[in-house]
Design a protein around this ligand. Sequence first.
Ligand code: GTP
Ligand code: MG
Length: 457
Amino acid sequence: MVTYTLDDTIAAIATPLGQGGIGIVRLSGPEALAVAEQVFTPAARSSLEGLESHKLVYGHACDPQNGHILDEALLVCMRAPRSYTGQDVVEIQGHGGPTPLRAILTACLAQGARMACEGEFTLRAFCNGRLDLAQAEAVLDIITSRTETALRVAVNQLGGRLSDEVRRLRRGLLEALAYLEASIDFGEDVPEQDLLPDLDALGDLLCWLLGEAERGMVYRQGVRTAIVGRPNVGKSSILNRLLRAERAIVTPVPGTTRDTLEETLNIQGVPLVLTDTAGIAESQDLVEQLGIERSRRSIAQADLALVVFDGSVPPGLEDAQVATLVAGRPAVVAVNKSELGTTYDYAELLPEAPHIEVSALTGEGLPELEQCLVETVFAGQMGATEEPVASNPRHRDALRRAWAHVQDAGHAIRAGVADDLVAIDVAGAVDALGAITGESASEELLEMIFGRFCIGK
Ligand SMILES: Nc1nc2c(ncn2[C@@H]2O[C@H](COP(=O)(O)OP(=O)(O)OP(=O)(O)O)[C@@H](O)[C@H]2O)c(=O)[nH]1
Ligand SMILES: [Mg+2]
C-alpha cells in the first residue's frame, strides 16, 4: 500500500535483516529529530538540540521507557531539504543484527513514528521533487543490477540522463501542442506554422530512444538462451565450458540430462541466462520424454537458441528435427567435437544462423562462440559501444506509445486533417512521455512502482 501523506514521520530498518558490521534505522518526516532525541543519548553533549546537519554523533540508543541501553550507536541528522527524501532524515547506525535493530525501531515507533511502507522513503523523495519517476526507478535498478553495465545504465538514469532526453522531447511536443491549441481557439489570427519538420525530428529522437531501451533491456533482464541438440552431442559439456565450472553432469550415455538446468553467464557485460536441456530424440523412457517436452518449451520461451551438433558424425534425422524446432528464431550453431578432426558439414541445417566449430573437450573455438553469441544478441545494433540510455520495459512501452502518436500526428497533418484531431495525438504523446518522468503518472502506476521496493528504501 502506497501512502501519499508527507506530514507524519516514518521509520524502518534500512539495511538487510541479517548479521553484518552495522545496521541502520532510518527516520524521515517533520518529527524525525524529535523521535530520535527520545531514543538516542549522545555521549559528549546533553541533547541533540542544535545538532549540525550531516555530522555524526556518537552515543547510545536507549529504551525511553526504562532507560536501558539498546546498543552503542552513531546518529546523523540530514536536515530538509538536503536529504534523500527532501525532509528531515535521521539515521541511527547500530550494530548489524536483527535484534538490536528491531529494538531501536520499536523504540522509535513507540515515540510516535509510523512504520514505513515499501519504497516510502523514495516515494517521499519523488513527491518532494528530489527525484522524478525514472530516477526513482533507477534506485531500484541499482539495487537489483546483475552486471556492471546494468549498474552503469542505472546510475546514469539516476543522474537524470534519460529524464533529460525525455523532457527535451516533451517540451518540443508541448510547443507544438501550444501552437495547435492557439490555432484552434483563434484560427486565422495565429500565424501559420509548419509542424512537420519538428514532428519528424522528434519522431527520429523517439525512435533512437526506443532502440536504446531495447538494447538496455538486454543488460537489465538478460538473454534467455536455450542450449539444444540431440542427445550426446555435448550440450552439457559446452555449458560447463562456458561457465568454467563442472555444473552439469556429462557422461557418454545419451539422455544424461533429463531436466532443464539454468545458470547465468556474463559475457562482456551481457547476462546470458543459459538453460541446458534434455537431448531431443524419440524416447521410450517416460522421464526422458518429459525432459524433452521441457526442452521444446525452453526453445519456445528463449530469446536465443544455442544449437549443438556433433561434427564428428554426419547429420542425422534428430539433428534435422532440432533444426526445424529452432528455425526462424535467433540462433547460433556450435558444431562440436572439432578436435576429432572429422568435421562433417552441417551448413545445410539452419543456414541463416552463424556456425562455429568448437571442441568442449579442448576449449577450442569457445572464445569465438562467446563473441558470436553477444553479436547475435545485438544483431543490427553493433557499434553501439556506449551503455544504453534506457533499459526499462515500462519506459520502452511509453516511448512506443509516444512514437505511435507522433507518427499519427504527422500522417494527420499530411492528410490535411483538422488541427483539433492532430492535437489529440500530440497530447497523447506528451502524456506518454510524462508517464516516464512522472508528470502524468496515475496513483495506480505509482503504487505498482513503489510497491516493488523493499521497506526502508
Ligand atoms: N571428443 C569429444 N567428446 C566430447 C566433446 N564434448 C562432449 N564430448 C563427450 O560427449 C559425451 C556427451 O557429452 P554431454 O555433454 O553429456 O552431451 P549432452 O548433449 O549434454 O547429452 P545429453 O544430456 O545426453 O543430451 C560425453 O562423453 C562427453 O565427454 C568434444 O568436444 N570432443
Ligand atoms: Mg546433457
